[in-house]
Write a new protein. Structure first.
Length: 227
């Protein structure tokens, strides 16, 4: 493997620890999710060998395939980060620890149905389109309270918090208002988990209260085509 995943992971962890110290936070309050979409199973194995346990995928069938390939790593935790169609829930429900991008009641209902059949529960976050971008998934901030109430009624879903993907920016600091808006919304809804911040801006996200940061390229290098 040409990319030194372990070395990259060490750099990201060091930066994350420094960001936590600068924000007056314990590093244990932030979970690093290694975004492994488009990366081969061996890259995930390399990160796992270096101590990484939380991995994020965006495509349901890719998640299904990798979960099978890496089933010998029982302590690996899968995060599903992408938009989910109801007909793909069957691939996600059996293996996902935390679903970051719930934004439709129909998907919540299908997750509930599948999870009941499997006898398991799943933690979920609501994806909020903080900037109102037409091309992006996610509910508007004004819709969050209603969907939160509906999701809380499902016995197999445990609503933990919120997620956002702010507009692409050249400077990380430009993401701060969006991260702050998500934190304030979470506070109003009584939701403490905040999935925000990626390779280019996770340090700002930590300053604004992120509890999960999603880092891919900085760990794995450029994305490959799914196997």
């Amino acid at each position: 493997m040409s990319v030194d995943v372990a070395a990259n992971l060490g750099v990201v962890r060091a930066h994350l620890e420094a960001a936590c110290r600068a924000a007056g936070r314990e590093v244990s309050t932030v979970t690093l999710v290694a975004v492994s979409k488009g990366q081969p199973a061996e890259a995930i194995r390399a990160a796992h060998a270096a101590g990484q346990r939380d991995f994020g995928e965006n495509y349901a069938q890719e998640l299904r395939d990798k979960a099978q390939q890496l089933a010998d790593l029982p302590d690996l935790r899968w995060h599903f980060l992408g938009a989910l169609q109801t007909n793909k829930v069957k691939y996600v429900a059996p293996v996902t620890t935390l679903f970051h991008a719930l934004d439709r009641l129909e998907v919540a209902a299908e997750l509930q149905r599948r999870l009941l059949g499997l006898g398991r529960t799943m933690d979920v976050l609501l994806e909020v389109n903080v900037a109102g971008e037409a091309q992006k998934h996610g509910i508007s901030p004004t819709e969050a309270a209603a969907l939160a109430d509906q999701v809380r009624a499902f016995t197999q879903l445990r609503l933990r918090g919120l997620m956002c993907v702010p507009p692409a920016v050249d400077e990380a600091e430009a993401s701060r208002p969006h991260f702050r808006a998500l934190r304030e919304l979470g506070g109003r809804l009584g939701l403490n988990e905040l999935s925000m911040g990626m390779s280019g801006d996770y340090e700002v996200a930590v300053q604004e209260g992120a509890t999960l940061v999603r880092v891919g390229t900085a760990i794995f290098g450029p994305r490959q085509k799914p196997a």
